[in-house]
Design a protein around this ligand. Structure first.
Ligand code: MG
Length: 176
């Protein structure tokens, strides 16, 4: 009987730097009179996020997705919400740090898919600018970034306009 080559596939695999996938999630409460900052834009709305930083759920979820793909500390470990340095911070600084760590690890962004969940306001008019913001921070073409918005059908805190949430999935690929 010919001997199998059990290690051929795994050897070939180990010679290749694999892509890495990451997931990020964030949620913030909304209260009257606060600013609503989503993906780097301040939206016209009477309620906004309760947060230590600017409460940008998209930037927070994207940061965690990239850090998660790299298998590194999460956003709360890198930027503790009891550190005065991050009070009212522009959350773009968190995405930039994650992007720098991605580059330092030898990866670039393959693609990013973002889902924002909020009852109001509608994000349609802002989506293109939001995608451009993310692409700029992550150093990639806009075509690699997707962003969609969903309501929560009036259900629970998200549906009652008492919270905003974001899910994101990111694929990192080795730099050529
Ligand atoms: Mg957050």
């Amino acid at each position: 009987m010919p001997s199998p080559e059990p290690n051929s596939a795994s050897s070939a695999y180990s010679a290749v730097t694999p892509p890495r996938i990451g997931h990020g999630f964030d949620l913030h409460r909304l209260e009257d009179g606060n600013a609503l900052v989503v993906c780097g834009l301040e939206l016209d709305h009477h309620r906004g996020c309760v947060a230590h930083s600017d409460g940008d759920v998209v930037y927070h979820a994207v940061t965690d997705a990239v850090l998660g793909a790299l298998g590194r500390e999460d956003i709360g470990q890198l930027f503790p919400d009891n550190d005065p340095a991050w009070q009212d911070a522009d959350s773009a600084v968190f995405v930039r740090e994650a992007a720098q760590r991605m580059a330092d690890a030898g990866y670039t962004l393959g693609n990013l898919d973002v889902t924002v969940i909020l009852q109001r306001p509608k994000l349609g008019p802002y989506k293109d600018a939001m995608k451009r913001n993310l692409a700029g921070l992550l150093g990639c073409e806009v075509s690699r970034v997707n962003l969609k918005a969903k309501t929560h059908e009036g259900v629970d805190a998200l549906g009652e306009n008492r919270a905003i949430a974001c899910h994101t999935v990111v694929l990192l690929v080795p730099m050529q």
